[in-house]
Design a protein around this ligand. Structure first.
Ligand code: NAP
Length: 506
């Protein structure tokens, strides 16, 4: 956009826009951040003037920002930082309206003091940082009756039905609307709102100073991970359900593949608590979500709610993948196939008669034990808690070795399916270094860190090693195939996971 063009721009013409929220302590930093945000692809910037800690001139700031601006001065009581008096605040907003701002953000109690202007839209905004109120539909209607140019509604989601309720607002909207839920549960609604007609932009955080905007994505993460510009109501929705979910690498890996193959899909992290699981799955039908990865603590629940399941899922009793069909969800377990694929990548196809010791008896251990047994291996398992080990050993018909005697397994494939050694407990290992021999093949399902202490000590003993990234990539690749019927680009997946893990650990 040429520097003159943006001055005449009507923000309501935006579609799939990203508004970079800029909260800085000085005018100078504010202006520098705006320039950076536009250079990185922001469509407009929200100037959070309540964060400025020095006197400022709104006229000078607006003169220095070369792009569309939305001016906000949030009062302390409304979740902002402004404490310098209401009349001063309103004067600055009036000044912004006549000095080149493209939009001003106004709360309902002061909205009537701002008349309509040709060049600056009035956003009538509502925020609730504790809940999504039951009266949200009535509130939306009432806000529209004030005839602003755009309504903004932001509420905290305490359950997945909250964000479904907020997305419903678009169906009855007569005016442009930016409505979403805050918090990690609400995060998907920020992107899903862009698929709705009448939603011109979403917000992303550009500044470290920004607080009290729970769930707002970092601008750089948003644009590097999500296909914001391509979202429409035709875009297919996929995601991962878990609790917690913020750390998940699955959105990055699946979105990178959609982009690489030019596939019209996007993949979101759904934070779903145990008590919310069944309700959430129902809500996802309405979006609709076409496929889900399932992670801790929902894998057994996913198997139970599925209409159909693969034989492997029935054996394991848990699923990490749900694919939408005409009769509900079909459940698969790609942890199991990912484990086998990772081993084959390193050792070739023949696993038959290989001696294996699986460490652990949790969800991933169950997948490993059944998959390796089905592949013809001689599987034994060992686990810290004897009772859990015995249960899996009986279910799978394999031998259970006491945890204290695991060191006697002196050659063959060792598969660590415990969480020992996982970030942040990087110095732990489920295996004593002196037990390693060069006859071992050490496979760690833990992938963060990439090289665990278990793998490092195995390599020092000249054992062959297989890392958890390989399993993660293969389980995700098979999910991708189940979701889209396309072959996943393994190199894109591997590169994305390694980049994310390396940047997390720096
Ligand atoms: P889970 O069901 O919670 O099982 C955890 C296992 O770790 C249990 O056997 C538990 O033993 C054992 N454990 C935990 N702390 C221990 C300790 N201090 N000493 C000895 N054993 C201990 O978890 P999960 O779903 O099976 O996941 C296990 C690991 O798999 C995760 O940490 C993750 O890194 C990895 N994973 C990898 C991928 C991949 O794609 N690479 C995918 C999913 C998971 P008790 O029964 O005695 O508690």
């Amino acid at each position: 956009m040429g520097s003159k063009d943006f001055k005449r721009m009507n923000l309501l013409d935006l579609k799939n826009g990203v508004c970079a929220v800029i909260a800085e302590k000085s005018s100078r930093d504010l202006i520098v951040s705006c320039t950076e945000a536009f250079a990185l692809g922001a469509d407009l910037v929200e100037l959070r003037l309540d964060f400025l800690e020095e006197d400022f001139s709104i006229v000078e700031i607006l003169k220095s920002v070369a792009g569309p601006t939305l001016v906000t001065i949030r009062r302390k009581n409304d979740g902002g930082r402004w404490e310098k008096g209401e009349e001063t605040r309103l004067q600055i907003l009036h000044q912004a309206q006549i000095s080149g701002a493209h939009a001003v953000d106004l709360e309902v109690d002061c909205f009537h003091r701002f008349s309509k202007s040709d060049n600056c839209i009035r956003i009538l905004s509502y925020h609730d940082f504790s809940k999504t109120p039951d009266f949200i539909h009535e509130l939306h209607k009432e806000f529209e009756s004030h005839r602003p140019e755009l309504v903004k509604i932001a509420c905290l989601a305490n359950s997945n039905s909250d964000f479904a309720k907020v997305l419903q607002l678009y169906k009855n909207a007569n005016l442009p609307l930016v409505a979403f839920c805050m918090g990690s549960i609400g995060f998907p609604s920020r992107l899903l709102s862009l698929r709705q007609d009448g939603c011109p932009w979403m917000y992303a955080n550009f500044s470290e100073n920004l607080v009290n905007a729970p769930g707002i994505p970092l601008f750089k993460n948003l644009i590097s991970t999500y296909p914001v510009k391509n979202l429409s109501n035709e875009t297919r929705v996929y995601g991962v359900v878990g609790d917690p979910i913020g750390h998940s690498l699955s959105p990055a890996i699946h979105n990178a593949c959609f982009k690489d193959l030019n596939y019209p899909g996007f993949y979101l992290p759904f934070h779903v608590s145990v008590s919310d699981f069944s309700q959430a799955i129902n809500e996802f039908n309405g979006i609709p979500v076409e496929g889900l990865s399932v992670t801790i603590p929902h894998k057994e629940r996913a198997f139970k709610i599925a209409s159909t399941s693969s034989d492997l899922v029935k054996q394991i009793g848990a699923a990490n993948t749900l694919v939408k069909t005409n009769v509900g969800y079909h459940a698969e377990n790609t942890d199991a196939t990912g484990i086998i694929a990772a081993i084959k990548t390193k050792l070739g196809d023949s696993l038959k008669s290989m001696n294996v010791l699986v460490l652990g008896a949790g969800g991933v251990s169950r997948a490993a034990v059944f998959a390796l047994k089905n592949a013809g291996c001689n599987v034994k398992l060992t686990n810290r808690s004897e009772e859990r080990a015995e249960m899996l050993a009986v279910d799978a018909g394999v031998q259970n070795i006491p945890w204290s005697q695991r060191g006697n397994f002196n050659s063959g494939l060792l598969v660590n399916c415990t969480s020992v050694g996982m970030h942040p407990n990087k110095d732990d290992s489920p295996w004593d270094s002196k037990w390693f021999t060069k006859g071992h093949i050490a496979f760690d399902t833990v992938y963060n860190p990439i090289e665990t202490r278990f793998l490092r000590e195995a390599a020092e003993a000249h054992a062959v090693t297989i890392d958890g990234v390989e399993m993660f990539v293969h389980q995700a690749a098979e999910q991708f195939n189940l979701f889209t019927s396309l072959k996943a680009p393994l190199d894109v997946m591997r590169r994305t996971v390694l980049e994310k893990l390396r940047s997390k650990n720096n």
